[in-house]
Design a binder for this molecule. Sequence first.
Ligand SMILES: NC(=O)c1ccc[n+]([C@@H]2O[C@H](COP(=O)([O-])OP(=O)(O)OC[C@H]3O[C@@H](n4cnc5c(N)ncnc54)[C@H](OP(=O)(O)O)[C@@H]3O)[C@@H](O)[C@H]2O)c1
Length: 375
Amino acid sequence: MSAVAILRSGLLLRARRLIAPVRVAICLRPQSDRKRLMSSTDLLQIILASRPDGRPAPANFRLERAPLPTPGEGEVLLKVLYLSLDPYMRGRMSAAKSYAAPTEIGAVMEGGTVAEVLESRHPGFAAGDIVLSFSGWQSHALAKGDQLRKLDPAAAPVTTALGVLGMPGFTAYAGLLTIGQPKKGETVVVAAASGPVGSAVGQIARIKGARAVGIAGGPEKCAVVRDTFGFDAVIDHKAPDFAAQLAAACPDGIDVYFENVGGKVWDAVFPLLNTFARIPVCGLVSQYNASGDFEGPDMLPVLMRQVLSKSLLIRGFIQREFAAQRPDFEREMAAWIASGAVKYKEDIVEGLDQAPDAFIRLLEGGNFGKLIVKL
Ligand SMILES: NC(=O)c1ccc[n+]([C@@H]2O[C@H](COP(=O)([O-])OP(=O)(O)OC[C@H]3O[C@@H](n4cnc5c(N)ncnc54)[C@H](OP(=O)(O)O)[C@@H]3O)[C@@H](O)[C@H]2O)c1
């Protein structure tokens, strides 16, 4: 089924326990078989079958079926409604040392979800409650109450808990305001600007009085970044003269570069950085599928010389380190969405079995907005 892009703006009224049942492995089915498969009341899970070498392939994933689990004391049984697909999941597929442990081979792929409580043996939850959970790429899950946050569907579309009002929106807020600290009149540059992190970065920068320059892949994405998200300028990184266009769009240099992608975008940004520029290093998505050592000349001496001579601040971060700012984020972001100062875009794909393909495309720019799987 084709991806459905939903553009919503303005109006805002305001661990899983992995069971180990007998599993039946199922090949990822053609679309015609999916309805029968997905209408099952069994538990369906996408398992990490093997670790990718470079670009992930469908064979790295396996769809399995198992009986529905029964909640124990203090647990709830969840039916997953929406699954968030995020670039960090590529890191979990790899055994390389990182800030989080890899997903084990044979385990369910990890991921944030919005779910409905089907059955509760926890006093804080009742059947029908809608919750934010981290139940992963599966149709149902058992969860303990303290792993869940109740959502109010009347306050905001529940999918926003996975995007603009969830982890990606918070990443933009905390990384930009804490490390980037944009000031009135400064130039803020961000790539992956049509995605949930980049689009929020540019819009928050503008709220703070800065000039937002976005970088995106292709004319359709660039049009949304400029016309819907209101960036002051946008450059297509696929253009042959991308670096020259970026320089022309930043006549006063770059004061904040919110790093989402690395690679040739970083190469074009680096010479334009002003003295005292701040660079929150949020992600390097252009490198996530790289295998082996990076090729090319050693640029570290050039980088360090500029760090020194221009007093650059380059600071990596993982959003959870700023968790104390979460209440401020939720209050401010809700108000910005309600006032129309922040808009967002979702890309919703239907069917759990479509998650692997959608995820593979995400790492190559195949998504258009916050990528979510509707189960
Ligand atoms: N540090 C943290 O705590 C944290 C938390 C969340 C996300 N992140 C990072 O934030 C970044 C954005 O995440 P997101 O969820 O908002 O993703 P996203 O924008 O929805 O998707 C990734 C986008 O990256 C762009 N891209 C992919 N390969 C590229 C390349 N070679 N060169 C330039 N652009 C490329 C594509 O956009 P175009 O088609 O426009 O190029 C693609 O759509 C990622 O690096 C992610 O890992 C970090």
